[in-house]
Write a protein that binds this ligand. Sequence first.
Ligand SMILES: Cc1cc2nc3c(=O)[nH]c(=O)nc-3n(C[C@H](O)[C@H](O)[C@H](O)COP(=O)(O)OP(=O)(O)OC[C@H]3O[C@@H](n4cnc5c(N)ncnc54)[C@H](O)[C@@H]3O)c2cc1C
Length: 270
Amino acid sequence: MLVISCIKQVPDTTQVKIDPVTNTLIRDGIPFIINPYDSHALEESLRLKDRYNMRTVALSMGPPNTVATLRKACALGVDEAILLSDRCFGGADTLATSKVLSAAIERLDRQEQVGIVFCGKQTIDGDTAQVGPGIASRLGFSQLTLVDRIESIDFLHKTIRVRRKLEGRHEIVEAPLPVMITVVRELNRPRYPTVPMRIESQETEIKVWDNSVLELDVETVGLKGSPTWVSKIFSPERDQGEIIGDGIADPVGTANLLIDRLLGKDLLAV
Ligand SMILES: Cc1cc2nc3c(=O)[nH]c(=O)nc-3n(C[C@H](O)[C@H](O)[C@H](O)COP(=O)(O)OP(=O)(O)OC[C@H]3O[C@@H](n4cnc5c(N)ncnc54)[C@H](O)[C@@H]3O)c2cc1C
Protein backbone atom coordinates (compact mmCIF):
# COMPACT_ATOMS: atom_id res chain seq x y z
CA MET A 1 0.00 0.00 0.00
CA LEU A 2 1.33 3.42 -1.00
CA VAL A 3 1.70 6.41 1.32
CA ILE A 4 1.85 9.81 -0.35
CA SER A 5 2.89 13.09 1.28
CA CYS A 6 1.96 16.32 -0.48
CA ILE A 7 4.62 18.91 0.19
CA LYS A 8 4.52 22.51 -0.92
CA GLN A 9 7.55 24.67 -1.50
CA VAL A 10 7.09 28.00 0.32
CA PRO A 11 9.20 31.15 0.72
CA ASP A 12 11.57 30.90 3.71
CA THR A 13 11.02 34.50 4.55
CA THR A 14 8.38 37.04 5.42
CA GLN A 15 10.15 39.48 3.11
CA VAL A 16 8.31 38.22 0.01
CA LYS A 17 7.83 40.63 -2.85
CA ILE A 18 4.67 40.60 -4.89
CA ASP A 19 4.62 41.37 -8.62
CA PRO A 20 2.32 44.47 -8.69
CA VAL A 21 1.07 43.48 -12.17
CA THR A 22 0.31 39.74 -11.76
CA ASN A 23 -0.20 39.79 -7.95
CA THR A 24 1.85 36.63 -7.70
CA LEU A 25 5.02 36.01 -5.72
CA ILE A 26 8.36 37.16 -7.18
CA ARG A 27 10.21 33.87 -6.68
CA ASP A 28 13.70 34.84 -7.97
CA GLY A 29 16.40 35.16 -5.37
CA ILE A 30 14.37 34.15 -2.33
CA PRO A 31 15.14 30.98 -0.35
CA PHE A 32 12.51 28.24 -0.24
CA ILE A 33 11.69 25.58 2.32
CA ILE A 34 9.29 22.66 2.73
CA ASN A 35 6.07 24.10 4.20
CA PRO A 36 6.53 23.51 7.96
CA TYR A 37 3.37 21.40 8.46
CA ASP A 38 4.40 19.29 5.47
CA SER A 39 7.62 18.28 7.25
CA HIS A 40 5.38 16.54 9.79
CA ALA A 41 3.32 14.95 6.99
CA LEU A 42 6.53 13.66 5.40
CA GLU A 43 7.85 12.39 8.75
CA GLU A 44 4.67 10.42 9.45
CA SER A 45 4.84 8.77 6.03
CA LEU A 46 8.44 7.72 6.78
CA ARG A 47 7.37 6.31 10.16
CA LEU A 48 4.75 4.14 8.40
CA LYS A 49 7.49 3.02 6.03
CA ASP A 50 9.76 2.10 8.97
CA ARG A 51 6.92 0.32 10.81
CA TYR A 52 4.92 -1.35 8.03
CA ASN A 53 7.39 -1.22 5.13
CA MET A 54 4.91 0.87 3.13
CA ARG A 55 6.26 2.53 -0.01
CA THR A 56 6.44 6.33 0.23
CA VAL A 57 6.08 9.03 -2.42
CA ALA A 58 6.61 12.79 -1.99
CA LEU A 59 4.47 14.82 -4.39
CA SER A 60 4.70 18.53 -5.13
CA MET A 61 3.16 20.90 -7.67
CA GLY A 62 5.34 23.89 -8.43
CA PRO A 63 7.84 25.61 -10.71
CA PRO A 64 11.00 23.72 -11.86
CA ASN A 65 13.06 25.01 -8.89
CA THR A 66 10.81 22.91 -6.60
CA VAL A 67 13.16 20.02 -7.42
CA ALA A 68 15.51 21.33 -4.70
CA THR A 69 12.73 21.05 -2.09
CA LEU A 70 11.85 17.51 -3.20
CA ARG A 71 15.52 16.56 -2.96
CA LYS A 72 15.28 17.33 0.76
CA ALA A 73 12.50 14.75 0.99
CA CYS A 74 14.76 12.24 -0.79
CA ALA A 75 17.52 12.92 1.75
CA LEU A 76 15.03 11.92 4.46
CA GLY A 77 14.32 8.59 2.82
CA VAL A 78 11.20 8.71 0.64
CA ASP A 79 11.21 6.00 -2.04
CA GLU A 80 10.10 8.31 -4.86
CA ALA A 81 9.74 12.07 -5.40
CA ILE A 82 7.56 13.51 -8.17
CA LEU A 83 7.30 17.15 -9.27
CA LEU A 84 4.14 18.21 -11.09
CA SER A 85 5.31 21.14 -13.17
CA ASP A 86 3.94 22.76 -16.30
CA ARG A 87 3.41 26.40 -17.26
CA CYS A 88 -0.33 25.67 -17.54
CA PHE A 89 -0.37 24.75 -13.80
CA GLY A 90 0.93 28.26 -12.86
CA GLY A 91 -1.16 30.74 -10.85
CA ALA A 92 -3.43 27.99 -9.53
CA ASP A 93 -5.85 28.59 -6.71
CA THR A 94 -6.70 25.80 -4.29
CA LEU A 95 -9.33 24.25 -6.58
CA ALA A 96 -6.89 24.03 -9.49
CA THR A 97 -4.09 22.86 -7.20
CA SER A 98 -6.14 19.98 -5.79
CA LYS A 99 -7.14 19.04 -9.37
CA VAL A 100 -3.53 18.51 -10.43
CA LEU A 101 -2.49 16.73 -7.22
CA SER A 102 -5.55 14.44 -7.39
CA ALA A 103 -4.82 13.52 -11.01
CA ALA A 104 -1.27 12.51 -10.05
CA ILE A 105 -2.53 10.48 -7.05
CA GLU A 106 -5.06 8.71 -9.30
CA ARG A 107 -2.25 7.88 -11.75
CA LEU A 108 -0.10 6.44 -8.91
CA ASP A 109 -3.12 4.51 -7.59
CA ARG A 110 -3.43 2.75 -10.96
CA GLN A 111 0.14 1.47 -10.47
CA GLU A 112 -0.07 0.63 -6.73
CA GLN A 113 -3.03 1.05 -4.38
CA VAL A 114 -2.86 4.33 -2.46
CA GLY A 115 -3.80 3.88 1.20
CA ILE A 116 -2.93 7.22 2.81
CA VAL A 117 -2.37 10.76 1.51
CA PHE A 118 -0.78 13.08 4.08
CA CYS A 119 -1.10 16.86 3.76
CA GLY A 120 -0.08 19.64 6.11
CA LYS A 121 -2.85 21.43 8.04
CA GLN A 122 -2.15 24.52 5.86
CA THR A 123 0.64 26.41 4.12
CA ILE A 124 2.39 29.49 5.51
CA ASP A 125 1.81 31.50 2.28
CA GLY A 126 -1.69 30.70 0.86
CA ASP A 127 -2.78 29.65 4.36
CA THR A 128 -6.24 28.40 3.19
CA ALA A 129 -6.17 24.77 4.46
CA GLN A 130 -8.33 23.92 1.44
CA VAL A 131 -6.11 21.68 -0.70
CA GLY A 132 -6.19 18.54 1.48
CA PRO A 133 -10.00 18.44 1.72
CA GLY A 134 -10.13 19.30 -2.00
CA ILE A 135 -8.05 16.20 -2.81
CA ALA A 136 -10.22 13.98 -0.57
CA SER A 137 -13.49 15.14 -2.12
CA ARG A 138 -12.18 14.81 -5.68
CA LEU A 139 -10.93 11.23 -5.07
CA GLY A 140 -13.76 10.12 -2.79
CA PHE A 141 -11.24 9.38 0.00
CA SER A 142 -12.09 9.56 3.70
CA GLN A 143 -11.00 12.88 5.15
CA LEU A 144 -9.42 13.25 8.60
CA THR A 145 -8.12 16.72 9.42
CA LEU A 146 -6.05 18.17 12.29
CA VAL A 147 -4.59 14.77 13.19
CA ASP A 148 -2.06 14.71 16.07
CA ARG A 149 -1.85 10.93 16.57
CA ILE A 150 -2.36 7.78 14.51
CA GLU A 151 -3.87 5.30 16.95
CA SER A 152 -3.93 2.21 14.71
CA ILE A 153 -4.20 0.93 11.13
CA ASP A 154 -6.20 -2.24 10.40
CA PHE A 155 -4.87 -3.45 7.05
CA LEU A 156 -7.23 -6.45 7.04
CA HIS A 157 -10.42 -4.41 7.40
CA LYS A 158 -8.84 -1.39 5.69
CA THR A 159 -9.60 1.10 8.45
CA ILE A 160 -7.57 3.70 10.33
CA ARG A 161 -8.11 5.19 13.78
CA VAL A 162 -6.67 8.63 14.59
CA ARG A 163 -6.84 11.38 17.20
CA ARG A 164 -7.85 14.86 16.04
CA LYS A 165 -6.71 18.02 17.85
CA LEU A 166 -9.68 20.33 18.34
CA GLU A 167 -10.03 23.48 20.42
CA GLY A 168 -9.51 22.48 24.04
CA ARG A 169 -10.25 18.80 23.38
CA HIS A 170 -9.41 15.78 21.24
CA GLU A 171 -11.58 13.29 19.44
CA ILE A 172 -10.78 9.75 18.34
CA VAL A 173 -12.14 8.96 14.86
CA GLU A 174 -12.11 5.80 12.73
CA ALA A 175 -12.49 5.82 8.94
CA PRO A 176 -12.13 3.46 5.96
CA LEU A 177 -9.01 3.56 3.78
CA PRO A 178 -8.04 5.15 1.46
CA VAL A 179 -7.84 8.34 3.49
CA MET A 180 -6.53 11.92 3.21
CA ILE A 181 -5.07 13.12 6.52
CA THR A 182 -4.06 16.70 7.33
CA VAL A 183 -1.53 16.88 10.12
CA VAL A 184 -0.69 19.30 12.93
CA ARG A 185 2.76 19.90 14.46
CA GLU A 186 2.08 17.83 17.59
CA LEU A 187 1.92 14.63 15.49
CA ASN A 188 5.66 14.04 15.49
CA ARG A 189 9.19 15.45 15.53
CA PRO A 190 10.62 15.40 12.00
CA ARG A 191 13.93 13.53 11.61
CA TYR A 192 17.09 15.08 10.20
CA PRO A 193 18.76 13.72 7.08
CA THR A 194 22.00 11.85 7.64
CA VAL A 195 25.08 13.12 5.76
CA PRO A 196 25.32 9.96 3.60
CA MET A 197 21.61 10.22 2.66
CA ARG A 198 21.99 13.93 1.91
CA ILE A 199 24.92 13.14 -0.41
CA GLU A 200 23.08 10.20 -2.01
CA SER A 201 19.98 12.36 -2.62
CA GLN A 202 22.05 14.60 -4.90
CA GLU A 203 22.07 11.68 -7.38
CA THR A 204 18.43 10.64 -6.87
CA GLU A 205 16.25 10.99 -9.95
CA ILE A 206 13.27 13.27 -9.32
CA LYS A 207 10.50 12.56 -11.80
CA VAL A 208 8.86 15.60 -13.41
CA TRP A 209 5.31 15.08 -14.67
CA ASP A 210 4.01 17.82 -16.94
CA ASN A 211 0.52 17.98 -18.43
CA SER A 212 1.42 15.59 -21.24
CA VAL A 213 1.54 12.96 -18.46
CA LEU A 214 -1.59 14.03 -16.56
CA GLU A 215 -3.54 15.02 -19.71
CA LEU A 216 -5.77 17.51 -17.90
CA ASP A 217 -7.97 20.02 -19.73
CA VAL A 218 -5.85 23.21 -19.62
CA GLU A 219 -9.03 25.25 -19.01
CA THR A 220 -9.38 23.49 -15.63
CA VAL A 221 -5.87 24.02 -14.24
CA GLY A 222 -3.63 26.95 -13.37
CA LEU A 223 -4.89 30.54 -13.58
CA LYS A 224 -7.47 29.53 -16.25
CA GLY A 225 -8.92 26.86 -13.96
CA SER A 226 -9.02 29.08 -10.88
CA PRO A 227 -12.39 30.57 -9.92
CA THR A 228 -10.57 32.63 -7.28
CA TRP A 229 -7.57 34.78 -7.87
CA VAL A 230 -5.75 37.05 -5.56
CA SER A 231 -6.81 40.54 -6.70
CA LYS A 232 -4.36 42.35 -4.45
CA ILE A 233 -1.79 41.34 -1.87
CA PHE A 234 -0.50 44.04 0.44
CA SER A 235 0.83 44.45 3.95
CA PRO A 236 -1.83 46.02 6.19
CA GLU A 237 -0.99 49.59 7.26
CA ARG A 238 -0.25 49.70 10.97
CA ASP A 239 -0.75 52.76 13.16
CA GLN A 240 2.55 54.11 14.42
CA GLY A 241 3.28 52.58 17.81
CA GLU A 242 3.76 54.86 20.82
CA ILE A 243 6.17 54.45 23.76
CA ILE A 244 4.40 55.29 27.01
CA GLY A 245 6.41 56.22 30.10
CA ASP A 246 9.52 54.25 31.14
CA GLY A 247 8.78 50.73 32.33
CA ILE A 248 12.31 50.32 33.74
CA ALA A 249 12.72 53.58 35.65
CA ASP A 250 9.08 53.89 36.70
CA PRO A 251 7.07 50.66 36.21
CA VAL A 252 4.16 51.71 38.43
CA GLY A 253 3.85 55.18 36.87
CA THR A 254 4.07 53.66 33.41
CA ALA A 255 1.39 51.07 34.27
CA ASN A 256 -0.90 53.86 35.51
CA LEU A 257 -0.25 55.87 32.35
CA LEU A 258 -1.11 52.83 30.25
CA ILE A 259 -4.29 52.15 32.21
CA ASP A 260 -5.39 55.77 31.82
CA ARG A 261 -4.66 55.60 28.08
CA LEU A 262 -6.65 52.36 27.67
CA LEU A 263 -9.51 53.70 29.75
CA GLY A 264 -9.45 56.85 27.61
CA LYS A 265 -9.80 54.70 24.48
CA ASP A 266 -12.56 52.53 26.04
CA LEU A 267 -10.30 49.55 25.69
CA LEU A 268 -10.49 48.71 29.36
CA ALA A 269 -13.57 48.35 31.55
CA VAL A 270 -13.41 49.14 35.28
C1 LIG B 1 -0.70 35.28 -0.18
C2 LIG B 1 -1.49 34.26 -0.94
C3 LIG B 1 -2.85 34.20 -0.78
C4 LIG B 1 -3.58 33.24 -1.47
N1 LIG B 1 -4.93 33.19 -1.27
C5 LIG B 1 -5.64 32.24 -1.91
C6 LIG B 1 -7.04 32.14 -1.70
O1 LIG B 1 -7.63 32.90 -0.94
N2 LIG B 1 -7.73 31.18 -2.36
C7 LIG B 1 -7.12 30.34 -3.20
O2 LIG B 1 -7.80 29.48 -3.76
N3 LIG B 1 -5.78 30.38 -3.43
C8 LIG B 1 -5.05 31.33 -2.79
N4 LIG B 1 -3.71 31.41 -3.01
C9 LIG B 1 -3.10 30.47 -3.92
C10 LIG B 1 -2.77 29.23 -3.14
O3 LIG B 1 -1.67 29.49 -2.39
C11 LIG B 1 -2.45 28.14 -4.07
O4 LIG B 1 -3.60 27.73 -4.62
C12 LIG B 1 -1.81 26.96 -3.41
O5 LIG B 1 -1.32 26.09 -4.36
C13 LIG B 1 -2.69 26.15 -2.50
O6 LIG B 1 -3.29 26.85 -1.52
P1 LIG B 1 -2.67 27.06 -0.06
O7 LIG B 1 -1.29 27.55 -0.18
O8 LIG B 1 -3.64 27.83 0.70
O9 LIG B 1 -2.61 25.55 0.50
P2 LIG B 1 -3.34 24.89 1.75
O10 LIG B 1 -4.69 24.45 1.38
O11 LIG B 1 -3.20 25.73 2.99
O12 LIG B 1 -2.36 23.60 1.88
C14 LIG B 1 -2.71 22.51 2.65
C15 LIG B 1 -1.78 21.38 2.30
O13 LIG B 1 -2.00 20.96 0.93
C16 LIG B 1 -0.76 20.55 0.35
N5 LIG B 1 -0.43 21.45 -0.78
C17 LIG B 1 -0.87 22.73 -1.01
N6 LIG B 1 -0.33 23.23 -2.16
C18 LIG B 1 0.48 22.23 -2.65
C19 LIG B 1 1.34 22.12 -3.77
N7 LIG B 1 1.47 23.13 -4.65
N8 LIG B 1 2.04 20.96 -3.94
C20 LIG B 1 1.91 19.93 -3.06
N9 LIG B 1 1.13 19.97 -1.95
C21 LIG B 1 0.42 21.10 -1.75
C22 LIG B 1 0.29 20.65 1.47
O14 LIG B 1 0.36 19.42 2.16
C23 LIG B 1 -0.30 21.73 2.36
O15 LIG B 1 0.16 21.67 3.70
C24 LIG B 1 -2.94 32.34 -2.33
C25 LIG B 1 -1.55 32.40 -2.49
C26 LIG B 1 -0.84 33.35 -1.80
C27 LIG B 1 0.64 33.38 -1.95
